[in-house]
Design a protein around this ligand. Structure first.
Ligand code: CP
Ligand code: NVA
Length: 309
């Protein structure tokens, strides 16, 4: 019987194949309980501190609702509210919060800040997005793919666009579940080489492969799942214009998708920019599962919280 109690969720790379599968199964089980109206108060009396250094709709609401539905409580802490916003160190914040709450979720810029928080906290730390990774999103994505395709292992996923946090976590997550990944990004925006290397090592364990190319059509060929994300992520707003030029040939539209399998599904972590990284025809069309994907943030995170905290 595998236990994840007390563990941090910093990246999906840190979890074994079995552990990732366990989290996905638990997410599906908790979702079924919720749909059947069966209470599941696994975290009665527990509190989660949620530190947000960036904006959020889905992550903030789904974590807060998740804690409520699990019988616990969540605290929303923006930089305007807490002393970390005035320069109190990450380490001291971790030490103080560890005396009050049972877990910390943090959304911030630098992955090292999340690692540091985890080093000094005596309670689980959950990564709610950094510039480098977004593990909770990809657990929800994998849940969604499994619901729609019935399986994960052996499927091909194509990610088109910026080699960012979503691209990185997709590589980590898909490698664990035996999904083939093709990333198509322009030069200068390719994914982090270290992340690609680690994901490739994991892919060997599950007999799959990770490839990074420049040609979006090559990536999309025979894909079961097509994913994209914004061209300018949070913190890159001033690069919007340069990025629009760099990514002009990387739009997910009907022409590009015609190279995928006829029954492909489309995922996007949201928020989306129609007319930029994806056309309205695709994101609002019959292949899109983005609202199931958004909903699954709640169920996947309830599994993470119930198992780690
Ligand atoms: N996908 C996602 O993390 O959305 P938010 O930025 O709204 O939390
Ligand atoms: N890549 C995006 C994801 C938002 C959920 C960003 O970091 O802004």
């Amino acid at each position: 019987n595998m236990s994840l109690k007390g563990r941090d969720l910093l990246t999906l790379h840190d979890f074994t194949v079995e552990e990732v599968n366990l989290l996905l199964e638990e997410g599906a089980r908790i979702k079924a309980l919720q749909k059947a109206g069966i209470p599941h108060p696994y975290l009665q009396g527990k509190t989660l501190a949620m530190i947000f250094q960036k904006s959020s709709t889905r992550t903030r609401v789904s974590f807060e609702v998740a804690m409520f539905q699990l019988g616990g409580h969540a605290l929303f802490l923006s930089p305007r509210d807490i002393q970390m916003g005035r320069g109190e160190s990450v380490a001291d914040t971790a030490r103080a919060l560890s005396r009050f709450v049972d877990g910390i979720m943090i959304r911030t810029f630098d992955q090292n800040e999340v690692e540091e928080l985890a080093t000094y906290a005596t309670i689980p730390v959950i990564n709610g997005l950094t510039d480098l990774t977004h593990p909770c999103q990809i657990l929800a994505d994998l849940m969604t793919v499994k619901e729609h395709k019935g399986t994960l292992s052996g499927l091909k996923l194509a990610y088109i666009g910026d080699g960012n946090n979503i691209a990185h976590s997709l590589m980590y997550g898909c490698a664990k579940v035996g999904m083939k990944v093709a990333i198509a990004s322009p030069d200068g925006y390719k994914p982090n080489a270290k992340v690609v290397e680690l994901a490739k090592q994991d892919a060997l364990l599950t007999g799959t492969s990770i490839e990074v190319v420049s040609d979006p059509i090559e990536a999309v060929k025979n894909a079961d799942v097509i994913v994209t994300d914004v061209w300018a992520s949070m913190g890159q707003e001033e690069e919007q214009k340069i990025r629009e030029k760099a990514f002009a040939a990387y739009q997910v539209n009907e022409e590009l998708c015609s190279h995928a399998k006829p029954d492909f599904i489309f995922l996007h972590c949201l928020p989306a920019h129609r007319g930029e990284e994806v056309t309205a025809e695709i994101i609002d069309g019959s292949h899109s599962v983005v609202w199931d994907e958004a909903e699954n943030r709640l169920h996947a995170q309830k599994a993470v919280l119930a198992m780690l905290v």
